[in-house]
Design a protein around this ligand. Structure first.
Ligand SMILES: [Zn+2]
Length: 266
């Protein structure tokens, strides 16, 4: 053990996890074990019990067998104590993982952590991106619309041609967006037009803000589902009222169809 540390600068002495960092790890996996999906906190009376531990992805003190198994593989962070090389796991998964981690198990956890880091980055980057407060007016109109109004609006137009922006591995995301676009695209377009005519909203400013956020997410190299969800959560965070997740999804879907979000695939 000691020998591996001497020859490998990545391996440094253990640094204990401070409480605020413990929260960061829990938040990163949204309170669920990234390997088995188990809740990492359990309710016990009025308290919460901690069912997780912070695991090293590349071991802090690898055995010579582990050194061999993980030789030459990608490592996260500059040393084994970096945030990048640690992740919250439930106690069971942590135990199993640490027990002679295999190359496949290691690479799988590296992949999961890399995705979580990118999603967190995208979220952080667009959190500073402004969005006009008036977007609330569009969200509010969604919360009161009834089926008949939607049907009437959609009848006025000849159906919407859905732009092709999704590869075959995004079937679920694609069908969700298509179904929202079919039901709400024209309705939202009319709401924007009305609000703009009444000088209540500047559509181009809002569209540009949405587009900038999309481009920033895209820059973080996260997949399209993660981009979509990051944009929805960002939109929701910018609205100074509690609004439904679905209404925010519908607005993002509008901008997918309107071409501010995602590119046409060729
Ligand atoms: Zn687990």
């Amino acid at each position: 053990m000691q020998q591996a540390k001497e020859v490998d600068p990545y391996l440094i002495d253990r640094i204990p996890i401070a409480k605020n960092m413990d929260h960061a790890y829990l938040l990163e996996v949204e309170g669920l074990c990234p390997l088995c999906g188990k809740n990492l906190l359990a309710t016990k009376g009025r308290n919460k019990s901690k069912l997780y531990q912070i695991a090293h992805i590349y071991p802090n003190s690898p055995s010579s067998k582990q050194v061999k198994e993980l030789y030459g593989l990608e490592r996260l962070g500059t040393n084994c104590e970096d945030f990048e090389n640690k992740i919250a796991l439930c106690k069971d998964c942590h135990g199993l993982y640490d027990d002679d981690v295999t190359k496949d198990e290691y690479l799988n956890l590296v992949k999961i952590k890399r995705e979580l880091l990118s999603i967190a980055n995208a979220k952080e980057v667009i959190s500073h991106q402004p969005l006009e407060d008036e977007i609330i007016l569009v969200i509010n109109s969604l919360s009161t619309v009834d089926m008949n109004t939607l049907k009437e609006v959609n009848l006025k137009y000849n159906g919407v041609k859905i732009a092709d922006k999704f590869e075959s591995n995004y079937t679920i995301l694609k069908s969700k967006i298509e179904s929202y676009v079919c039901s709400y695209y024209f309705f939202i377009r009319e709401i924007f037009q009305q609000l703009e005519q009444n000088d209540q909203i500047n559509f181009n400013i809002i569209a540009n803000e949405i587009k900038t956020s999309f481009l920033k997410c895209e820059n973080e190299k996260i997949d399209k589902s993660d981009i979509f969800n990051t944009l929805v959560n960002w939109l929701r965070s910018k609205i100074k009222a509690r609004v439904s997740l679905e209404s925010c999804e519908i607005v993002v879907c509008f901008f997918v169809q309107n071409c501010e979000v995602f590119h046409e695939i060729t």
